[in-house]
Design a binder for this molecule. Structure first.
Ligand SMILES: [Zn+2]
Length: 89
């Protein structure tokens, strides 16, 4: 007898069944699969440490991006100031 594990697609919400043995091995290998409507799904059973590391990476990227934008903003403000000064002269 085939045992099914019920799944719900996070994209379209359709409910479908996966062979439990297949489900277990895919979950262990963090495999990916498609729902009957073709949406790509991925097992995401990361540990708390992995999750923290991921958030930390995101945070660092956001800080770097913010610093970049701040520098760019400052440069543009200077440019505007210089152009205004030129226009007055
Ligand atoms: Zn779907």
């Amino acid at each position: 007898m085939i045992e099914l594990t019920q799944m719900t697609c996070g994209e379209c919400g359709c409910v479908f069944g996966l062979n439990t043995r297949h489900y277990d091995s895919m979950r262990d290998e963090k495999g990916s699969f498609k729902c009957p409507n073709g949406h790509s799904r991925q097992f995401n059973n990361e540990t708390e440490a992995e999750k923290s590391a991921r958030y930390y990476r995101w945070f660092n990227e956001a800080v770097i991006e913010r610093n970049k934008l701040t520098t760019q903003n400052r440069r543009l403000k200077t440019q505007v100031k210089n152009l205004k000064a030129k226009a007055k002269a």
